[in-house]
Design a protein around this ligand. Structure first.
Ligand code: RET
Length: 283
């Protein structure tokens, strides 16, 4: 046995439709991540120097997540075999097994990066960026690794799953507090654009909140539907917390760059076709 075993997909046979849905969902996630590396690298060219890192970090997140999701997709394909007699996909108990744990490994890299993007995008002072990024990253990593312990219980030990899920949630609440404080500082630093950070907090609450739901889902029953819905919740969370979040932040930075008189950003936002960019949209 090559991989961790105690994840639900290794115990539940899947119909042909469910197996393919699972495989497609994972493929779409890594495909989108790899494609958006190009988007973020090109976008960075339009941002003022102090915001460029925001788009570059998004490209790094996309590469890291893409690799890890490619691994999940490969495992999914190798972990099941088609049983022609029963017309069903059977989990392979003696070969490759499926595991969600590589996701947690990946978040250990991506969560600190995603959180560090915030104070940079808000244009906070360097010392503030360091202090806030470190505090948010510590809370984030503790949240993830307590979750790693708990996810081993998703098949046969709901006590373990819920105990560590609870401890992880305490770190999540601390993390949300730190994010809230960073967003508050961001609003103060740029009152003309305060609406973006304000809305971003609720967006993060909603999209980061999908992960604990996916974590807890196996308790609803050991069925093929639960297996596949869990993967789709992870996919929805992956696309919204990394890719769409990156697009939102880089569009915000583009507007700030234009507000601050950076030519390429003013030209990118210029809708008069004259490249004057003089009326960078301040709404
Ligand atoms: C866990 C364990 C159960 C309790 C909670 C969790 C929260 C996980 C979150 C993960 C966010 C990941 C991101 C990854 C981006 O690449 C660990 C599932 C609260 C919020 C944003």
């Amino acid at each position: 046995m090559e991989d961790t075993y105690l994840n639900l997909p290794n115990f539940v046979p899947l119909s042909d439709a469910l197996w393919h849905l699972g495989s497609v969902g994972l493929m779409v996630s890594y495909g989108a991540c790899f494609a958006f590396i190009v988007y973020f690298l090109m976008t960075s060219l339009q941002l003022a120097p102090r915001y460029k890192l925001v788009a570059i970090l998004s490209a790094v997140v996309m590469a890291s997540a893409g690799l890890s999701l490619f691994r999940e997709w490969s495992m999914w394909n190798a972990s099941y075999a088609w049983d022609a007699a029963a017309m069903i996909w059977q989990p392979q108990s003696d070969g490759q097994t499926f595991s969600n744990i590589y996701r947690y490994g990946n978040w250990t890299i991506t969560v600190p990066l995603l959180l560090t993007q915030l104070p940079i995008a808000f244009g906070l002072a360097r010392g503030e960026i360091h202090k806030r990024a470190i505090r948010m990253s510590i809370a984030g990593v503790l949240m993830i690794w307590t979750g790693v312990v708990g996810q081993f219980g998703e098949v046969s030990d709901y006590g373990l799953l819920n105990l560590w899920g609870f401890i992880s949630t305490a770190f999540f609440i601390w993390l949300l507090f730190e994010v809230y404080m960073t967003i508050k500082a961001g609003k103060l630093a740029s009152p003309a654009r305060a609406k973006w950070p304000h809305n971003l907090f609720f967006y993060m609450l909603l999209t980061w909140g999908l992960y604990p739901i996916a974590y807890a889902l196996p308790q609803l029953g050991q069925t093929g539907e639960v297996v596949v819905i869990q993967q789709y919740l992870f996919t929805a969370a992956d696309i919204t917390t990394k890719l769409i979040y990156g697009v939102i932040l880089s569009r915000y930075c583009l507007r700030r760059s234009a507000d601050e008189g950076y030519g390429p950003a003013m030209a990118a936002l210029d809708d008069t076709g004259t490249l004057s960019g003089a009326k960078a949209n301040l709404t």
